[in-house]
Write a protein that binds this ligand. Structure first.
Ligand SMILES: Nc1ncnc2c1ncn2[C@@H]1O[C@H](COP(=O)(O)OP(=O)(O)OP(=O)(O)O)[C@@H](O)[C@H]1O
Ligand SMILES: [Mg+2]
Length: 629
């Protein structure tokens, strides 16, 4: 348990007091205490870990060991080699508004440490069985204090290594309602890993180990540089893709890395902003970076970036949010411009090859006369009326009876097939059923490789090919799972992907659910996972995309009824596996989609609740052409 502390280097034994965390603890005057942003400090185990880790950093720790049991619900233990607390400090550590970091209202406006409220340990101690064991470098014997559900024990002498061990057992033991609100152990350790990762991004000089139930989740040594730390935390996939950014103006220093546009992802989870070593969220600056990337990214792709801002603490207010993740900048607009310009300049200077993927102009293919497999629109008004009466998906006249309406030669502007079919991925055919009911009964054209315009008895409808396919994959897989059938396709070579520690924990937390779907993902050691098999329906989706889907499932907003993790995972995966906009489809693929659309009551909306089709009736057309009032 005390491995990290045992390895502590001894050269710092002077007990430096340069950081405010190492000064004497005092109770804040009510005047100061009342000005502090109040609110929930301890929400879940990850928030406890964040607070304890920040305390260790304020105490100038260089090595930290974090041990977690049962997702943090049973135990959170943080051992550091920092300056430690005296017996007098320990007596106040769990007292509300007791801090060594600020003393006056003025200091509240130029906070230089992570902590300043003197509230974290008091809040944690009131909802757990907590203890602190600490020894300062200049003392031979340490001391210990306990706090159980808010009631303090006397400070006692106790032996221990230099530094501090904070133990939090049975979090929320006295507030069962909050305990019930916690997620599975896997989900909680994933959040803890993310909280740790955010701290590690601000401090590459920190060596840290995180263990869960005795197993190592993450271990990092002091890093040589920010770049080295990023590769260590996010995997070597980023190697060679990090574009440095640096800008300085009037006391503000921006530095960090933008990932090349081809490393962009389907969600914004890999966007990290640190202000004076503290992870923050700031929509405006996030937007500034996105503006910098404008023109470099495909639609709905989110850039990956890691940026750090350093500025005078007096020019920013961190006392805004109880979790301290939101701050208020005094010169917001100037900062926005600086960030946007720096990102733009860095991207333009790097000119990453092959990354300006702005969508090429897709040639417009006009509807044309059909090959023998298709039929044309009804020629006469009477025939159209007959169709209208037959209903939207009602019976249609036999194809042979229909005259053709468009007379361009099919060889030059084919409605289907032709030159574009040669580009099609033949491997995708595996995921599409061979047999299609009543294949001749559809008349359609694919427009801009994105929409299917389909004639129906009452007019026509335009189908969003991605949305419809997404719904089809979702329903097919959900149905199969309901019947308890798992059909998966083994990958010849497992697909290995490096993730951050928290991402890996999130994926592994969903392992059983994913297995039930036929998506087999295994721990590949280090920070990697391997995809060994994918659900049959998703046979042609990239395993990378499926992993992204698992990571996005938490955030994905799907129809309200899809509250279970399984359905959210399914929806996210269906989205990744479905045909994309700009993708040419074969006749057979379109017919499969349209046959499913016709038979399935759920086909009107995609799993995210967006419509899959828009209808235009003949009557409306007639009105548009002023044939009718
Ligand atoms: N690991 C540690 N090593 C040394 N001192 C510590 C450690 N953890 C806490 N302390 C001391 O205990 C005090 C109270 O900690 P606590 O986290 O409750 O408040 P804070 O850090 O001052 O402010 P905040 O509530 O904003 O975190 C700190 O001011 C610090 O002096
Ligand atoms: Mg603190």
């Amino acid at each position: 348990m005390q491995a990290a502390a045992a390895e502590v280097p001894v050269e710092n034994e002077s007990g430096s007091e340069s950081r405010r965390g190492c000064l004497v603890i005092r109770i804040l005057s009510p005047d100061v205490a009342n000005r502090i942003a109040a609110g929930e400090v301890v929400e879940r185990p990850a928030s406890v870990v964040k607070e304890l880790l920040e305390n260790s950093l304020d105490a100038e720790a260089t090595r930290v060991l974090i041990e977690i049991e049962e997702g943090g619900k049973r135990l959170i233990r943080v051992t550091d080699d920092g300056c430690g607390l005296t017996a007098d400090d320990l007596a106040l550590a769990f007292v509300a508004h007791a801090t060594s970091k600020i003393a006056s209202v003025e200091e509240l406006f130029e906070v230089q440490s992570f902590g300043f409220r003197g509230e974290a340990l008091a809040s944690i101690g009131s909802v757990s069985r907590a203890s602190i064991l600490s020894r300062r470098a200049d003392e031979t014997l340490g001391h210990q204090v306990r706090c159980e559900g808010g009631s303090l024990s006397p400070v006692e002498k106790a032996g221990g290594p230099r530094g501090t061990v904070v133990e939090i057992r049975d979090l929320f033991f006295n507030t069962p309602a909050r305990r019930k609100f916690l997620k599975s152990d896997g989900a909680e350790i994933a959040r803890i890993s993310e909280a740790v990762l955010r701290v590690l991004l601000g401090r590459e000089d920190l060596a840290l180990e995180l263990k869960h139930n005795g197993r190592r989740v993450l271990r990092v040594d002091r890093a040589e540089s920010f770049e080295a730390r990023l590769l260590e935390l996010f995997g070597q996939d980023l190697a060679g893709k990090l574009i440095p950014v640096r800008a300085e103006a009037e006391g503000i220093c921006l530095d960090g890395f933008l990932a090349a546009p081809d490393a962009a992802r389907g969600n914004a989870q890999r966007q990290y902003l640190l202000l004076n070593e503290r992870f923050i969220r700031d929509r405006s600056l996030q937007h500034a970076v996105s503006r910098g990337y404008e023109g470099f990214l495909l639609p709905r792709r989110y850039p990956v970036w890691f940026l750090r801002l350093d500025m005078d603490p007096a020019s920013v207010d961190v006392n805004v949010h109880p979790m301290k993740t939101e701050v208020r900048f005094r010169e917001k607009n100037r900062l926005f411009a600086l960030v946007q310009r720096a990102c733009r300049t860095a991207l333009e200077a790097s000119r990453p090859s092959g990354t300006l993927h702005l969508k090429p102009e897709a040639p417009y293919r006009s509807p044309s006369s059909r090959s023998s497999s298709s039929s044309a629109a009804p020629a006469t008004r009477r025939e159209r009326v007959a169709e209208m009466e037959a209903g939207l998906f009602g019976s249609e006249p036999a194809p042979a009876q229909r005259p053709e309406v468009f007379d361009e030669p099919s060889t030059t502007t084919p409605m289907r097939g032709g030159a574009s079919s040669a580009k099609r991925r033949s491997c995708r055919d595996g995921a599409w059923p061979r047999h299609v009911e009543d294949p001749e009964s559809f008349r359609f054209v694919q427009m801009h490789d994105s929409y299917l315009v389909v004639e129906d008895a009452l007019g026509f409808h335009v189908v969003d090919q991605h949305a419809l396919h997404e719904r089809m994959l979702f329903e097919n897989l959900a149905q199969r799972m309901e019947k308890g059938e798992v059909a998966s396709q083994e990958l010849l070579i497992p697909w290995v992907r490096e993730l951050s520690a928290s991402e890996k924990q999130r994926v592994l937390a969903a392992e059983a659910e994913l297995d039930a779907m036929g998506l087999r993902i295994r721990d590949f050691g280090g920070q990697a996972v391997a995809v060994e098999a994918v659900p049959l329906e998703f046979g042609d989706a990239s395993p990378d995309g499926l992993i992204d889907a698992v990571l996005a499932a938490d955030e994905e907003r799907v129809e309200e009824s899809f509250s279970s993790l399984r359905r959210r995972l399914l929806a996210a995966m269906a989205c990744r596996a479905a045909v994309k906009f700009g993708q040419s489809l074969s006749d057979r693929e379109i017919r499969v989609l349209l046959a499913w659309e016709r038979e399935s009551p759920q086909s009107a909306a995609c799993p995210h609740g967006r419509p899959t089709r828009v209808r235009i009736g003949l009557e409306e057309l007639e009105r548009l052409f002023l044939r009718k009032d």
